[in-house]
Write a new protein. Sequence first.
Length: 335
Amino acid sequence: MSANTTDTRAPLLVWGALAIVYVVWGSTYLGIAIAIESIPPMLHGAMRFITAAALLAGFLLVRSGPSAFRMTRRQFLGAALVGVLLLTLGNGMVAVAEQYISTGLAALLVASVPLWLVVFRFAVRDRPKALTIAGVLVGLGGVAALSLTGAEGGSGVGIVVVLLASVSWSVGSFLSSRIELPANPLATSAVEMVVGGAGLLVVGTGSGERLDLSAVTTRSWLALAYLILVGSLIGFTAFSWLLGNAPISLVSTYAYVNPAVAVALGALVLHEPITTQVLVGGLIILVGVALVISTERKRPKRVPEDVDAGPGARGGQEPQPARHHVDPAVERRGV
């Protein structure tokens, strides 16, 4: 293959992977809403992440062998903690909240994660730039506007729960760049998902959720399969590849495209109303997030304090394939 052919294909691959992340992670809110129509929210998450972890672990064992899962007790516990914060609490509460609020409103409120991360940086005396602080204030103003007006398609309970989910996701993202995680990023992701899924199973059954297989609709089964195979695996793979092959300034644009995709799909598929409050509050949040991300990506790179082994989405999830000096707000999304 000639150099010119390679040069031509590279941008196409980048934009193809970016399109996957835009659409797939934006569509997971819709997938969750359909899955929990007949599957309890916590148990749906347990099934999703434990299955995805098994598939990912199997792939990793075939590709790299058992050595890929070599990790110290401290590294395992670090990944387990992140998995609980991101998936058991973060993703689990999003699923619970979607029983009460629209998918579009949930996505817009979750978009505030980068704003909370800046707030946490104050706690460790890492003072952001003035423009970053301005972005946080603007974005949190949008969060307040959506929350206090109780935009149509939302309830007070659902809004509070999804905001708690955002804070938990932010804490997990913040810690993931500051604690020791396994060396192999895919192994990190597998641990996060299996522990996070197990946590959802414990919380779900402990809170009285029961799975009645006869009551689960085909529609919900298909949504769950989509979340496992497309949301957690294909989306994660595309995001991980982007982190190693595209400018982080470009990759980070998913943070304000995903909510727009979620709002559009909610309106098209579930006929969720797009009200003036949702449009104005959501736009304010996204402006704040865009200001934070555009300012932060210009910061000088520091030596390995912000080393992370997982998005994800990230990580979800979702760890990255190589060590990057990237703000965790950009990394930890979308498992």
